[in-house]
Design a protein. Structure first.
Ligand code: SF4
Lengths: 464, 199
């Protein structure tokens, strides 16, 4: 399904679509307050971008250094070329340890690899312990946002879900009450688990440690009770030194949710006494991106979600409309890199407003990369016919000023007199949720000419 | 070829112009009154900071906290504080700490800009205690407070196997319609006692 078709489903529920838009804009505003509260914000962003650029251009060396140091600390490092190999490695470890029950904290990488269904097919019980992730898991959905996975679900829906699953009171949709019920159920899962899986926010080459950030403390509960900890990470999560965490942890939570830091920022250096720590490094297409001058910088992403919160298209179309693990602006760059044909519509789900680029804490040139994708998709002939035809028409008109002028005057005269069905019909996608503004009497060119002659000929505004 | 070698080769296949590391030597924010800044920020994230002049004073503050007064199972790794009923070191498995109502533990230092306290698993045999207890109190020497995270990392070395974390306030979630709920899965309350150490 392409983005416009999937988005139509989301906007069909008008109340939800408006709530979604406002809720995310509120998060964006919290991010702004945090950013403006630090005089060095721009220096932090520049420093972060430079560290990431260094990292990507030294990636193989840093990965080797990380492996060596992590191994010294007693961790075991595994390498997976793709999602399937990652899942095999994780499953092998769980099987060899006789694991039946697994708790997992938020990890977009394991979503990308579709780890849950794989483990379930092998008879394991896996619980996503981040509350938002648990909600989508129980609903058998994918997260719709990388930081706020359940942002598309209403509290009434959570109330119904918990009534069915946990036996909470029918009709009670108080967030406090529901979160309390989840707390009891999830704490029990932690105690019963045989292994804890986590993602990785940062892996430090210099020390061999990994850092995991959560607000709920679920990664910590999941790794301090069972003896086996498996951490999965994309190879781009490496940073050179521990001191660089000063830069990234200052940016991450402020950009993501407008918090000064996540509640828990946990540094794992080696397994805990008597336990085991396995770290799985996953490529899954990342090394190909390194070779791309246009899209290499997308590997700097620290998955803060700020570009989603600010994106006018994401806010109004919802994360599921992208049909990818990572939605929004960054997802619309990463997904076509994996499969341009399947995700050809995503780079067009963008108004090119550039707001994503403005908020990105690692200064990825998101909207430029989206524009580049559009060109590539057109070159590869993946643009749908309707768009190709209208583009060809537009090119023909813009190339001929007389035709443009003529078209303009006819439209100004004719359009207001047209019956509605001729304008708002299925052939005009633009008219689906929009009303045309009132047409002006004269064209911009005519207004400009008039103004120029009345103000002494140079066209400048001399009225003040 | 092993996957390891295949991945490294796939990366090295693209020779890139290597870019240098930036300096971290910048005018990062400084707070003239770090304790005041820490106190303000920790309140915005749902925690509390109470400056105290003696360990005895911590005990009297604790008695006034309803969550302490009603706590049945209490753990403490700070001598003479928190009237412990259970020695965390004596339990065989961290799972046996599920019933802990209140824990008093040591923190190493505070970070003024974000209300975080650095903790490690050194003082306790079960690091689960920091996360599994219903309520948490941290005791940190008042002199041990830095302005920003860059200064924090200058203090930290990660040479041996060790767990360490920045904790900033109690466990929380906003996953149900963005309503903030304190006490997601970890501690429901978080108080930091800044103990005057005369420095
Ligand atoms: S692209 Fe930038 S803004 Fe978007 S999630 Fe990644 S780091 Fe955050």
């Amino acid at each position: 399904m392409d983005h416009p078709t999937a988005a139509a489903k989301f906007v069909a529920n008008d109340t939800r679509a408006h709530w979604h838009d406002k809720a995310l804009w509120f998060v964006r505003e919290k991010r702004d307050r945090m950013a403006h509260g630090l005089p060095e914000w721009e220096i932090l962003r520049e420093t972060a971008a430079a560290i990431k650029s260094h990292t990507i251009t030294h990636l193989a060396d840093l990965l080797e250094q990380f492996e060596e140091n992590a191994t010294k600390l007693g961790a075991t490092v595994h390498w997976a070329r793709d999602g399937a190999e990652h899942n095999e490695i994780v499953h092998g470890l769980l099987r060899d340890h006789g694991v039946k029950k697994v708790v997992k904290s938020k990890s977009m990488l394991t979503e990308e690899c579709h780890l849950n269904p794989f483990l379930e097919r092998h008879g394991m019980e896996i619980t996503d312990t981040d509350l938002g992730e648990w909600l989508v898991q129980l609903r058998q959905e994918a997260p719709s946002h990388i930081v706020l996975p359940a942002i598309h679900i209403s509290k009434e829906e959570v109330g119904e879900l918990f009534h069915d699953v946990l036996g909470t009171e029918a009709g009670n949709s108080d967030p406090q009450y529901l979160a309390e019920a989840a707390r009891h159920a999830l704490r029990q899962r932690f105690v019963e688990a045989d292994a804890g899986l986590t993602g990785v926010n940062f892996a430090i080459a210099e020390t061999g440690g990994i850092v995991v950030c959560t607000n709920e403390g679920n990664a910590d509960l999941g790794t301090s009770l069972p003896k086996l900890h498996i951490a999965s990470m994309g190879i781009e999560k490496i940073i050179p030194q521990a001191a660089h965490l000063g830069v990234f942890l200052r940016l991450l939570a402020r950009s993501a949710t407008g918090q000064p830091i996540t509640t828990y920022s946990s540094h794992f250096h080696g397994p805990r006494p008597g336990g085991e720590l396995h770290i799985v490094l996953v490529d899954n297409g990342r090394s190909d991106l390194i070779g791309s001058d246009e899209f290499r910088r997308s590997l700097s992403c620290i998955r803060c979600g700020a570009c989603m919160n600010t994106c006018p298209v994401y806010r109004r179309s919802g994360g599921h409309s992208y049909g990818t693990t990572v939605p929004g602006p960054i997802g619309s760059i990463l997904a076509p890199a994996q499969d341009a044909k399947a995700h050809h519509s995503l780079p067009f789900a963008c108004s090119l407003c550039g707001s994503c680029t403005d908020v990105c804490p690692v200064k990825i040139d998101l909207h430029h990369q989206l524009l580049t994708w559009r060109k590539l998709i057109a070159v590869r002939g993946l643009v749908p016919l309707s768009k190709r035809l209208s583009m060809r028409l537009a090119t023909a008109v813009f190339k001929r000023p007389w035709l443009f002028n003529l078209g303009g005057s006819i439209a100004r005269w004719v359009t207001p007199k047209l019956p509605r069905f001729l304008i708002y019909n299925p052939l005009n996608a633009w008219g689906r949720q929009r009303e045309l503004p009132e047409f002006p009497k004269e064209s911009f060119r005519q207004a400009w000419e008039k103004r120029r002659s009345s103000s002494g000929g140079d066209g400048k505004d001399t009225s003040s | 070829m092993s996957s390891r070698d295949a991945i490294l080769a796939a990366i090295r296949k693209h020779p890139l112009e290597q870019t240098p590391l930036p300096t971290l030597n910048q005018d990062w924010i400084q707070y003239p009154d770090r304790v005041a800044q820490f106190t303000t920020v920790i309140e915005t994230v749902g925690g509390r900071c109470i400056p105290v002049s003696s360990e005895g004073e911590i005990n009297s503050h604790l008695k006034e906290l309803p969550q302490f007064a009603s706590a049945i199972v209490r753990c403490s790794t700070v001598d003479g504080i928190g009237e412990p009923t259970l020695d965390a070191g004596s339990v065989a498995k961290p799972h046996d700490l599920l019933a802990v109502d209140f824990a008093v533990l040591r923190g190493e230092f505070c970070v003024a800009e974000n209300g975080a306290v650095w903790i490690t698993d050194e003082p306790t045999p079960h690091r689960a205690l920091y996360f599994i207890t219903q309520h948490l109190a941290l005791v940190v020497p008042r002199s041990q407070i830095v302005s920003n995270l860059h200064e924090a990392y200058q203090r930290l070395a990660f040479e041996k196997p060790r767990f360490g974390a920045f904790l900033s306030g109690p466990s929380k979630t906003a996953d149900i319609e963005q309503s903030l709920v304190i006490g997601a899965q970890g501690p429901r309350s978080h108080v930091v006692f800044l103990l005057d150490d005369g420095a």
